[in-house]
Every structure is written in structure tokens, then in C-alpha cells.
Write a protein that binds this ligand. Structure first.
Ligand code: SF4
Length: 316
């Protein structure tokens, strides 16, 4: 079966082996973040609807999960905002009721948590990972470039309300964009807000792959360490891709190619990242990449000293 809405499984240090579920079309999002690794948002919206048929998604999930794959999480994420899908709650419940051996996670920009139905939909998840990059309206608009009807206060009130109702693991990700949200005033506002949310942990992140704009720069590791210190006593970690372990799997060439395409469809990656995230042998990746480059399906892009591979088309 060719999966349209599932991707991976991918390997991550925190989530272990995670199957990705992408429920909205490419770059359908309520934000247009400057750092988005999927590029510019092409459908900037806050309309909630059934973007892809939930029944089709359930069919894919049933097909994949019935084989009892070795997985730690089923993760609702991808190349847009998953809570925009009106059936997100139904999809989460489907996994919890039919495949309770797997934990569920959702990566969200948190913009719709002010809506009671969205909070109720994602509450069954074992792990919720929302973003909070800014508190002042200026920084919020500069970094997240939201839909015009979204305001920082609305988003933050929703996050705080959700944190009161939710009892699972809540990891808030803060993306540091030098020159925008790394000044004392903004960091103080972020810290005060995080203390109200009281998350299980805060993850500090910065640019490490091509974003949606060219002018954004990564934060220095020393700056991230200073910010992490400033945010204490909150539990803070600096997100690093360096510590990921590679677990190599024996994929057929066809499965390996599908896995690579499904990952590149969501974000540009280096060959080393594909190896770690997908658990593929580097030599196998080289062969497939050569084929895909020759056929024009992918292209290469240099950022700093890294060579990223990018899918030329976003169609599934
Ligand atoms: S980073 Fe997430 S929230 Fe921001 S534009 Fe990309 S998909 Fe949307």
C-alpha cells in the first residue's frame, strides 16, 4: 500500500521510533514562520475542516499498525498545522482505541488551543508539543507571521488554558531567532508566560536547516546556553540533532526510496540526517539519491557547510 498520510517511521532521541501522520495538505498552516523547514506557507488559514478524508487516514493507520511495527509513538505532525483538521480528535481516538500499545504525540503551533473543541480533541495524546516563540505582538508577527485574525494574547491564553486541563507530557518548544526574540525584554516575557504554562520541559531550538526566508541566522550555542540558564528553574534542554543514534534497518530499495521521498516531502535533509532519522545505510541512500537527482525529482541546496536535499515537487 502506498501511504499518502503516513511518513517514516523516523528515529528521534526523545520519541524513539515514531510514525508520522500528516493530516493537512502541504503548507496549510495558521502561521508562516520564518524558520519553517517546509518553506513558505501556501495556504495561510485558520479554517478547520476535513482537509483529507479521516476514513482514508484510518485505513492507512489500520494497514500499517496491524502489522505490529516496532514503534514508540504515533505522531501527528508534518508540513502544516495538524489541529486545522476538524477530524484530528477522531484520528487520535482511533489510534488510542484500536492500537493502545502505541503512545500518541502531537506537534502543534498552539494557535488554535483557544478553541475548546481543539483542546478536547488533543487531550488524549500522551505528549503534546506546542510552540511559543514570542509574547509581544511585534515579535510574534516577525517570527510566526500568523493569519491576520490571530493575536499573540489569544494564542497564549489558549496555551495557558490547555495546560490547566491537560495532564500528559507538555513540552513547549521555543525557537530562538537572533535579533527578534533573544533580547532581554522578550525573553523576560517568554519566561513569565512559560511559568504560567508550567510545562514538563522547555526545548530551545534554533535554525539548523534552510528556513522559509534567507536572512534568518542560527543562534550561537553559547547564546542558547545563556538563555537556558536564564529560563531556570524551568526544565530546559537545547535541542540537538547531534546525539541521535542510528539504528540501521534492512529496507528493500523500493521501501527505502519511499521513506526518503516521504521525509524530503516534509523537509530538506542532509544524507547523514536521512541515515539517522530513517535508519538507512548511507551507501543505500547515495544510490537512491543519485537516481532521484538524475530523474530531476530532488535538488541540492547548500546552507553553511551543509548540503541539503530538497524535493522538487510537493505533490503526494
Ligand atoms: S514551522 Fe510549523 S507552525 Fe510554522 S509555518 Fe511551519 S508548519 Fe506552520
Amino acid at each position: 500500500m502506498k501511504y499518502r498520510y503516513l511518513f517514516g517511521p523516523v528515529h528521534s532521541r526523545r520519541l524513539g521510533i515514531s510514525l508520522g501522520v500528516d493530516m493537512v495538505p502541504f503548507k496549510t498552516c495558521s502561521f508562516n514562520c520564518i524558520y519553517c523547514e517546509c518553506g513558505k506557507t501556501t495556504n495561510l488559514t485558520q479554517e478547520r475542516k476535513e482537509y483529507v478524508p479521516v476514513e482514508d487516514l484510518k485505513t492507512e493507520l489500520r494497514h500499517f499498525l496491524s502489522k505490529n511495527p516496532k514503534l514508540d509513538y504515533v505522531t501527528f505532525a508534518g508540513s502544516g498545522e495538524p489541529t486545522l483538521h476538524a477530524g484530528i480528535g477522531e484520528a487520535i481516538r482511533f489510534v488510542k482505541e484500536n492500537f493502545p500499545q502505541y503512545k500518541t504525540a502531537i506537534l502543534t503551533n498552539g494557535s488554535l488551543l483557544h478553541l475548546q473543541q481543539v483542546r478536547e480533541a488533543i487531550i488524549p495524546c500522551d505528549l503534546v508539543k506546542p510552540s511559543l516563540d514570542a509574547v509581544s505582538e511585534d515579535a510574534f508577527y516577525s517570527i510566526n507571521r500568523p493569519h491576520c485574525n490571530l493575536h499573540s494574547k489569544t494564542v497564549i491564553d489558549g496555551l495557558i488554558q490547555f495546560s490547566k486541563e491537560y495532564h500528559g507530557a507538555l513540552w513547549v518548544e521555543v525557537f530562538i531567532a537572533p535579533g527578534i526574540n533573544d533580547n532581554k525584554e522578550e525573553l523576560k516575557l517568554i519566561k513569565e508566560t512559560l511559568q504560567k504554562i508550567n510545562p514538563t520541559r522547555v526545548q530551545l531550538n534554533s535554525l539548523d536547516r534552510p528556513g522559509a526566508v534567507e536572512w534568518i541566522t542560527p543562534a550561537e550555542i553559547n547564546s542558547l546556553k545563556v538563555i537556558a540558564e536564564f529560563l531556570k528553574p524551568l526544565v530546559v534542554e537545547i535541542v540537538s540533532r547531534k546525539n541521535r543514534k542510528t539504528e540501521i534497518h534492512d529496507y528493500s530499495d523500493e521501501d527505502a526510496q519511499q521513506t526518503i521521498l516521504s521525509l524530503l516531502r516534509r523537509r530538506p535533509s542532509t544524507i547523514e540526517e536521512l541515515s539517522v532519522i530513517a535508519g538507512l545505510r548511507v551507501d543505500q541512500i547515495y544510490d537512491i539519491i543519485t537516481k532521484l537527482t538524475t530523474s530531476g525529482e530532488i535538488s541540492e541546496e547548500t546552507v553553511g557547510k551543509k548540503q541539503f536535499l530538497r524535493l522538487r515537487t510537493t505533490n503526494t
